[in-house]
Design a protein around this ligand. Structure first.
Ligand SMILES: [Zn+2]
Length: 235
């Protein structure tokens, strides 16, 4: 029976070969989403191990007192990582976001700074946008992290009003666009260490708005930040 299923599986792969999301080469049978080569060679920062060296911390300096932080990938335009991000955002890449989340979670489990994190907080999408896409990529990434680290997801942030896509706007406009767009859905003063999770870090305006909302709502604890990818020019 199992053998038959394997034959069917092989046959399907022959007609629709699975390809690497990043380099578009045909995947081998044991590979999921990414080929071995991309798994090993895509640019990755490693500062999550030593929080003092964190570039995320430097970028957000003076805006958010970042405790721990991590980015799984580094990206710039027209690279394999850009293909991954595009897949996650526009092509039903829900499972891929979860898979990368579990890879990140596996590495985070060994970090000292994560030990007292009480909740993984995905940056929310507006419900309208989530309905269009069918999922929130930050939440899927968070699920993978949560599965590996055993830290629960706490959906304390909600999006307030509809915002248009941010990618083509300048920094100031972006800030204006996201400002005050979050609300909290429960008493946040009970927490001492929350980890905000988003898909990408570009200017940090989204995190800043989220953090300010938490603080305004009485949050006094530590903040850590985790993303799937951050722009190479920020390094
Ligand atoms: Zn590849």
């Amino acid at each position: 029976m199992l053998e038959n299923l394997n034959i069917i599986d092989d046959f399907i792969s022959l007609i629709y070969p699975k390809i690497c999301v990043s380099c578009k080469e045909t995947l081998l049978k044991h590979e999921i989403y990414l080929c071995e080569k991309c798994r090993e060679n895509l640019p990755r920062p490693k500062f999550h191990i030593n929080i003092e060296e964190s570039n995320i911390r430097k970028i957000l300096y003076g805006r958010i007192p970042v405790f721990g932080s991590a980015a799984y990938y580094l990206f710039h335009k027209k690279t394999g990582v850009q293909n991954i991000l595009h897949h996650i955002k526009y092509k039903k890449g829900k499972d891929l976001a979860q898979t990368i989340g579990s890879w990140m979670g596996y590495e985070l489990s060994t970090c000292e700074w994560i030990k007292d994190v009480e909740g993984v907080v995905p940056i929310p999408l507006h419900p309208k946008k989530q309905l269009e896409r069918g999922y929130n990529q930050s939440e899927e990434y968070s699920k993978g992290i949560s599965n590996e680290t055993k830290i629960p997801i706490i959906n304390v942030l909600k999006k307030d009003i509809y915002t248009t896509t941010q990618t083509k706007k300048k920094r100031f406009e972006r800030w204006e666009n996201v400002k005050d767009n979050f609300v909290v859905s429960e008493n946040v003063s009970q927490y001492n260490h929350l980890m905000l999770v988003d898909d990408v870090l570009t200017t940090g305006a989204t995190f800043e708005a989220a953090y300010n909302t938490l603080v305004k709502s009485g949050y006094k604890g530590k903040i850590s930040i985790v993303v799937i990818a951050m722009a190479t020019h920020l390094i």
